[in-house]
Design a binder for this molecule. Sequence first.
Ligand code: FES
Ligand code: FES
Length: 213
Amino acid sequence: MKNPSEEQSSMQEKKGVSRRAFLRGAGLTTAGTVALSAGLLSFKLEDAKAPPAILGPGEAEVRFVVNGQARTIWVEPRTTLAEALREHLSLTGAKVVCDRGSCSACTVWVDGKPVNSCITLAVDVSGREVTTIEGLAQGDELHPVQEAFIEHDASMCGFCTPGMVMSCAALLKRNPNPGLEDVKLATSGNLCRCGTYPKVFEATLAAAKKMKK
Ligand code: FES
Ligand code: FES
């Protein structure tokens, strides 16, 4: 006879979603979830059915592309993407504030989709492309969302700002004509304790307009 947790995993497997695949999906930010529901992010059922690779207890190799550069790091399998970026690659732009997937200050893109890097395992982004706030500008040229945040004074203490910018820039990538409600939805997982929301919305809509010129 199966115990309740075995029963639950066998039910999940029957539905084609393993525990590991579920945890992978859990890293998505609200904006990433919106993309998912819009059908822009295809959840691969074949990935969910593949037996998970056994990693650890020692360090595992992670090869990925970060801000356009191929990088290889060795990390313990429990290392989050946020820790890998900040501690192994000195990319400290993504901020770790809650460290539990509830504020989105740590938002980066994985294959162009926003994820909370504090609840995404580094080993799960092996072979993928990661973009952080440091990789958003093109050389000395800021991304239009970054410029608009400056012009519209959309940052106060700045802790939420990198995550906000990544969520707003991801929105403009998938929807060049957003309305106010779209911006609100895209940033609904990004918490700002300084209350800069009206300025963030204003800046993002202004950036969308500028990008169309
Ligand atoms: S630090 Fe990652 S969601 Fe808050
Ligand atoms: S600017 Fe301070 S938390 Fe958003």
